[in-house]
Design a binder for this molecule. Structure first.
Ligand code: OGA
Ligand code: NI
Length: 383
């Protein structure tokens, strides 16, 4: 069974693939994957097999759907901005990425996860860069684990992209991923313009803060959530917000799994529109927009009946640029809520500690508020 482990490569303990756990654990998942009761997803028995939530799975409020093929750019911008102010999420339909590419992308990556373990393990990742085949985020020994394996790779900047680090099998994977990345990048740039206009700014302004077209970063994380005998006890990804700029998520059309924290604090399950992208704001756009757009907590449930594949395309600012609330959005009565920080610096946080709900941005905001209070000469009232 050693082929299912990669002992070392900078991890504090041997890494076990969730695919392997799923195949061998029988009816009971190992303790490391069991979440504390307050974090468990409360699935009804019927929903557990389809990945849905119990109690009102349909009908309630849900993330907006926005048609990106509307000719009225102002109306599109308003719809995108309203969704990102309120929910931090929307489903984009008629987004312009060719449906064949969505299908071939998913098929290529399913093909990778179906390769024998020895083939997959050639690409085992390490916590230094996370590039490659991985099963955990964060390096705390003995820490909780999520029920999912992933593959993480860079698309931009070009200096970080290396096909050698992408799987060579199935043979279609590199070409398909390259094409997929190019089309999704164009879509991200378009949504950036809509988001920028939605703030009352010139359409290229947000993009400029990212380092301009060609200056941005982009990476892809393909997640595989294997079948799980006790989906009510675990999560495929625990609650987190995305650290980067914006995420374009492509999910399986027929297996639900993504839950989003609604504006009133409830977990709602996203019912995927076939071939849509689920678009969400990440922490960097929350910072740049001075919290006009929300980077909202979300998590992933798993299913007893089927495995699930998702492809998260992360669109990020150039990693060495200082990111802070845009000056146009700061003024009297509207203080900057976050200190300046590069995405490289921010990522160090995440890579050591793993994803932790909204904790990272909240701690930055608390520090900023304390610093502003100190600068204003007021003494702390929380003694
Ligand atoms: C992520 C993520 C959601 C999903 O990779 O950051 O939130 O449905 N994925 O896989
Ligand atoms: Ni996410």
């Amino acid at each position: 069974m050693t082929s299912c482990f990669n002992g070392g490569a900078g991890w504090p303990e041997p890494v076990v693939r969730v695919q392997h756990v799923s195949d061998t654990c029988g009816d009971t998942i190992p303790e490391r994957y069991v979440k504390p009761p307050s974090e468990r997803p409360c699935l009804s028995p019927a929903a557990a097999s389809s990945g849905g939530v119990g109690g009102g799975g349909g009908g309630g409020p849900n993330i907006p759907v926005v048609d990106l093929s509307m000719l009225d750019v102002d109306a599109t911008s308003r719809a995108v901005a309203a969704a990102c102010r309120e929910w931090g999420f929307f489903q984009a339909v008629n987004h312009g990425v060719r449906p064949e590419l969505l299908r071939s992308g998913r098929a290529a990556w399913r093909g990778f996860f179906r390769q024998p373990a020895v083939v997959r393990e050639r690409y085992a990742n390490s916590p230094a860069t996370y590039e490659g085949y991985g099963s955990r985020l964060g390096t705390a020994k003995g820490g909780p684990l999520d029920w999912g394996d992933y593959y993480f790779l860079h698309l931009l900047p070009a200096s970080l992209k290396s096909h050698e680090k992408w799987p060579s099998l199935p043979s279609s994977l590199r070409g398909t991923t390259e094409e997929y990345g190019e089309e999704v990048l164009q879509l991200c740039r378009r949504v950036m313009r809509l988001l920028s206009s939605g703030l009352g700014l010139e359409a290229g302004r947000l993009q400029a803060a990212f380092g301009g077209e060609g200056g941005e970063g982009a990476c892809l994380r393909v997640n595989l959530y294997p079948r799980c005998p006790q989906p009510e006890l675990t999560l495929g990804v625990a609650g987190h917000s995305d650290p980067g700029g914006m995420t374009m998520l492509l999910v399986d059309d027929h297996v639900k799994g993504l839950q989003v924290r609604s504006p009133d604090g409830q977990w709602i399950i996203v019912d995927p529109v076939p071939d849509a992208f689920i678009v969400n704001v990440g922490d960097q756009i929350q910072v740049l927009s001075n919290a006009s757009y929300k980077s909202v907590e979300h998590r992933v449930t798993v299913s007893a009946a089927e495995d699930r594949l998702s492809m998260a395309f992360f669109y990020n600012p150039r990693s060495d640029l200082p990111i802070a609330p845009m000056p146009e959005l700061v003024g009297p009565g509207r203080p900057a809520l976050y200190p300046e920080m590069t995405f490289d610096e921010y990522r160090v946080f995440i890579r050591q500690r793993g994803l932790a709900g909204k904790a990272q941005l909240q701690s930055l905001q608390a520090n900023q508020t304390a610093a502003a209070a100190a600068a204003a000469g007021s003494s702390s009232t929380c003694s």
